[in-house]
Design a protein around this ligand. Structure first.
Ligand SMILES: Nc1ncnc2c1ncn2[C@@H]1O[C@H](COP(=O)(O)OP(=O)(O)OP(=O)(O)O)[C@@H](O)[C@H]1O
Length: 980
């Protein structure tokens, strides 16, 4: 049996669990009116998915099908019906031999539950399972009296469903509906898509143009940046070279200026000395001139007296006695001798003076040699100090040569937000505390102070991007002051050599005071290491202590000290520079002093040399005078010796005849002396005058040169400043436009020709300017919009294809349905005439398609002619005839296709006894092919049943079931009829 069992509970009048088991082909359900027979039919339809409450003969709500109680019985809250099918013939497309379909409904939530083989499922699963098995909603499997009568009266289109169900096209129809629904959705989506695509198309065009422009711009920019980095680097290098050359030139000019100024100063000082000397010489010459005139006067006076004396002698020689003549001659010999010896004495005097002068000159030359060496040494030292000053100045200019990261950040400071500077620039140690502070700070000296953490992050990102090394940053916003607590400070203050806390010895802007406190507030300074140890001990080694020399006693007592080979920290450099500057001043004075000494010695040597020359001249002159005097003496002596011996004076001491000779000799000696002196002084005066003039000339020339040098230096300064400004702007351009340090940019340099590059830069700039406004987001926007456009176009294509596929599938389904429907229609039609004749005992009947051209929608008309009747319009037939026509169609269908189950609910009610019997007999022909459950009142029908169930309802309004024999069934009917 196909339907093996029905189990009902709580469904309509079946309040208690009732089971109807089917074991024969034709099962009759009998019972009095209202006992609940049709409820069984309803139960079957309900389980198979009926959703219409009306067709289940309920009110407004599905919960009307739950047993609602009676006078004696309470209502129940759950209705449950299960149909158990034999599926060995696989009427259901499911791999179970037995299929159990259950439907439940709970009153409280009106919730329906569906189960297939006790597994919960959806309603759709049940309708899908049932579809086209012949058990469908519109099939003939469940036919009521109402159906039968309405079939004949129905419009042709309404009848169509029955044939569709018979033809098994319902599933196609359903699928077609789904497909049509899908098609509609697809086409709606397509329409919506079209709108969007249209809108996107409108945007894509302009965006494409903008994106092209932006790409062009980016290309130009990239090329520009590539070339411009080279151009800027080239410019920077050129400027650096220029600046370095200019600085070298300035340095040379500066040195030359200094030399010129020194020359002028020296020449001035020396000229002053010369002028003083000349003045003194003039005075002395004047004085000597006076003395000379006086001596000449005296000499003239003495000479006149001598002439008088000689006249007297001449007379005496001519007129006096031989004795007297001898006496006179003797006096003259004595005079000549005196004069001769006087000159000889003076000569030897002069010779010793000359020797002395030579000796003095030699001494002076040696002194000059020493002074020159000393001066050269001092000048050498001065030059070395100048060089050191330049080195230190350069170090100050570029203080972070060994700190790549720090150098990079400092160089790019202008383009980095919130970078304050390096600790060593912001905190300036007081004089003499440089070593202490430098060592107390240690590496922190090179930490970079940032306004806050964000600024530090920015600078770190910059270093990373440029691969410019590392640096440590101190965000000011997180700095905390450190200090020495009061008690410890008190202890320290009473300790020998304690000077204070490091931060006290810092000069800085007020806003960096916190920085000083944070870094140095807890570091103590003492004068020397011994005191540092003592203090550390007293403070229990809890503070860092630093000495003026920079030695450190760390917390805990470890010590650091000694010297560093290259201790050029920015702070030490400042200190050394200060010292070098001080030493330079001292050295300059020393050099000037030594130069003056050297000049004085040179001048003295010169003067001694002049004097020596004069002495030599005087000596030569004296020599000739000496010869004359000697000749005169020897002549007179010969004359005297020729005198007769008796006339000669007694031998003995020769007395000078007159004091006059002595005086004359003396005055001549004096005149000679004065002359020598005057000549020496005049020579010196002339030499000094010449020297002064030469020096004046030198000063004038030097001044002219100095002014030219200063002008040139000013030009160099201006050129340096200009180059410096250009360099800064080039570096800033590199920093700002390309976010690069010079060092990093150098690594990015490529090998391009610079001449063409500059031209190309200009060209690119004008090309970029010509592009006008550029939307840099355009490529991304275009990409996005175009991506969407292409994606949606693809989707449109897919939807179009899907739509085509659906249409094709619909066409195929239409074709299948048309074919199946037509085949089934003809098959049924073929059967109908025979069935009709059998049931009506003659006549003829056929089915007609109202619109054969539209098989899929055509209504179905029935063309019948019962035997002996001419009436064709079906509506004009009697109720019984109508029922019989419908039954004819029903049986034709059953003949045309096998249906596993048919439930007939009083379909033969309107037939007369003869027709009932014909109906019943005809029905029994289908035994073995279909299972029939027949609700009936008619004995004719009952007789054809293999088994009968009697349904009764007692006073409690609850239907009960029991299997009955035909006779019992008849009895029930009889009773019923009696009641009626
Ligand atoms: N929800 C419900 N709860 C309780 N009883 C119900 C419910 N729904 C219907 N009934 C009862 O079911 C009976 C109707 O059953 P049904 O129509 O199956 O009778 P029937 O045996 O087919 O009668 P007939 O021979 O006159 O056609 C009525 O007595 C009705 O009160």
């Amino acid at each position: 049996m196909f339907l093996k069992r029905i189990e009902l509970q709580g469904f309509k009048s079946f309040a208690d669990k009732s089971i109807i088991t089917f074991d024969s082909d034709v099962t009759g359900i009998v019972g009095p009116n209202g006992c609940g027979k049709s409820n069984i039919n309803d139960a079957i339809r309900w389980v198979l998915g009926e959703q219409s409450v009306k067709s289940l003969r309920g009110g407004n709500s599905m919960s009307d099908i739950i047993f609602s109680g009676s006078a004696q019985r309470k209502a129940v809250n759950l209705a449950e019906v299960t149909l158990v099918f034999d599926n060995t013939k696989r009427f259901f497309d499911i791999a179970y031999d037995e299929v159990e379909i259950t439907r439940r409904l709970r009153r409280q939530n009106s919730e329906a539950e569906y189960l297939i083989n006790k597994t919960p499922c959806r309603l759709k699963d049940i309708t899908d399972l049932v579809m086209d098995t012949g058990l469908g909603r519109d099939s003939l499997s469940i036919i009521t009296q109402g159906n039968i009568s309405s079939f004949a009266e129905a419009k042709p289109e309404e009848r169509r469903a029955l044939f569709e169900e018979a033809a098994g096209v319902a599933k196609y129809k359903k699928r077609k509906n789904v497909s049509l629904h899908k098609l509609k959705n697809t086409q709606d989506n397509l329409a919506r898509l079209e709108d969007i695509i249209l809108e996107l198309e409108r945007q894509v065009g302009p965006l494409k143009r903008q994106a092209k422009k932006a790409k062009q711009y980016i290309e130009y920019k990239e090329e520009l940046s590539k070339i411009e980095i080279n151009v800027i680097i080239d410019e920077i290098e050129g400027l650096q070279q220029q600046i370095s050359e200019l600085e070298q030139r300035r340095f040379d000019l500066d040195s030359q200026c200094a030399m010129h100024e020194t020359t002028i100063q020296v020449q001035d000082v020396e000229n002053e000395e010369l002028r003083k000397e000349m003045l003194a010489l003039d005075r002395e010459v004047n004085q000597l001139q006076g003395d000379y005139s006086a001596a000449m006067e005296e000499s003239n006076r003495l000479e006149r007296r001598k002439v008088e004396l000689n006249e007297k002698r001449k007379y005496a020689l001519e007129h006096a006695s031989s004795k007297e003549r001898a006496k006179e001659l003797k006096a003259m010999v004595e005079e000549a001798k005196f004069e001769y010896e006087d000159r000889r004495r003076r000569k030897s005097e002069m010779e010793s003076n000359l020797a002395l002068a030579k000796q003095q000159i030699a001494q002076l030359e040696s002194d000059i040699g020493k002074a020159r060496m000393e001066l050269e040494g001092a000048q050498d030292m001065y030059q070395r100090l100048l060089n050191r000053r330049d080195v230190l100045n350069n170090l100050i200019k570029e203080p972070f040569n060994h700190q790549q990261g720090v150098r990079a950040v400092v160089a790019a400071k202008a383009s980095l937000a919130g970078i304050e500077g390096v600790v060593s620039e912001l905190l300036i140690p007081a004089a003499n505390y440089e070593n202490a502070i430098s060592n107390a700070l240690g590496g922190a000296m090179y930490h970079i102070v940032a306004s806050d953490e964000r600024a530090a992050r920015g600078a770190i990102a910059f270093l990373k991007k440029n691969r410019s090394g590392r640096a440590t940053f101190l965000p000011m916003s997180v700095l905390k002051p450190r200090f020495v607590n009061k008690e410890q400070r008190f202890v320290a203050e009473h300790c020998e050599g304690f000077l204070g806390c490091c931060d006290q010895f810092i000069e800085c802007e007020e806003r960096y005071r916190l920085l000083a406190r944070a870094l140095l507030g807890n570091v103590l300074v003492v004068d020397q290491l011994e005191h540092a140890n003592e203090l550390a001990k007293r403070l229990q080694y809890s503070y860092k202590i630093v000495t003026l020399d920079g030695d450190i006693v760390h917390r805990g007592g470890s010590m650091t000290g000694g010297t560093t080979r290259n201790a050029t920290t920015p702070m030490n450099v400042q200190r050394e520079l200060r010292q070098v500057k001080e030493n330079l001043e001292g050295q300059y004075l020393k050099v000037s002093d030594l130069r003056s000494q050297f000049q004085a010695l040179s001048s003295r040597k010169e003067s001694q040399s002049t004097q020596m020359v004069q002495l030599r001249i005087a000596l030569a002159q004296l020599d000739s005078v000496l010869q004359v005097k000697r000749g005169k003496y020897e002549g007179l002596l010969a004359d005297y010796e020729q005198l007769a011996p008796q006339d000669r004076e007694e031998e003995g001491e020769i007395q000078l005849a007159d004091e006059l000779v002595v005086a004359i000799s003396e005055i001549h000696s004096r005149i000679d002396d004065l002359t020598t002196q005057m000549r020496t002084k005049r020579e010196r005066r002339a030499a000094a005058g010449n020297e002064a003039e030469r020096r004046e000339q030198t000063i004038r020339v030097t001044r002219r040169e100095l002014s030219a040098l200063k002008q040139e230096m000013q030009n160099a300064e201006v050129a340096i400043a200009k180059a410096q400004t250009r360099l800064e702007s080039a570096i800033e351009r590199l920093n700002t436009d390309y976010e690069m340090t010079v060092e990093f940019a150098l690594t990015q340099r490529s090998d391009i020709a610079m001449d063409g590059a500059r031209e190309r830069v200009r060209e690119l700039r004008s090309l970029i300017a010509a592009l006008g406004n550029v939307n840099l987001d355009a490529p991304a926007q275009f990409e996005e919009i175009n991506g969407r456009y292409e994606f949606l176009s693809g989707q449109r294509q897919e939807l179009q294809e899907a739509s085509d596929k659906i249409l094709k599938a619909i066409d195929e389904m239409d074709e299948t349905m048309t074919r199946q429907f037509t085949e089934m229609f003809h098959k049924i039609n073929k059967e109908l005439d025979g069935v009709f004749k059998a049931l009506f005992g003659g006549g003829r009947a056929s089915l007609v398609m109202v619109d054969p051209d539209d098989v899929l929608n055509t209504g179905i008309d029935i063309d019948v002619q019962p035997p002996g009747k001419l009436v064709k319009n079906i509506r004009t037939f009697s109720g019984g005839e109508k029922a019989l026509i419908a039954i004819s169609v029903l049986f034709s269908i059953l003949k045309a296709r096998t249906m596993p189950l048919c439930v007939f609910d009083e379909v033969e009610a309107a037939l007369d006894q003869a027709n009932v019997e014909r109906f019943a007999k005809y029905l029994s022909q289908f035994r073995g092919e279909s299972q029939f459950i027949v609700v009936t009142h008619r004995p004719g029908t009952m007789e054809q049943c293999d088994a009968l169930y009697g349904v009764t309802m007692q006073q409690d309004g609850v239907s009960t079931l029991l299997k009955v024999k035909l006779a019992d069934a008849m009895e029930i009917i009889d009773k019923d009829e009696v009641k009626a």
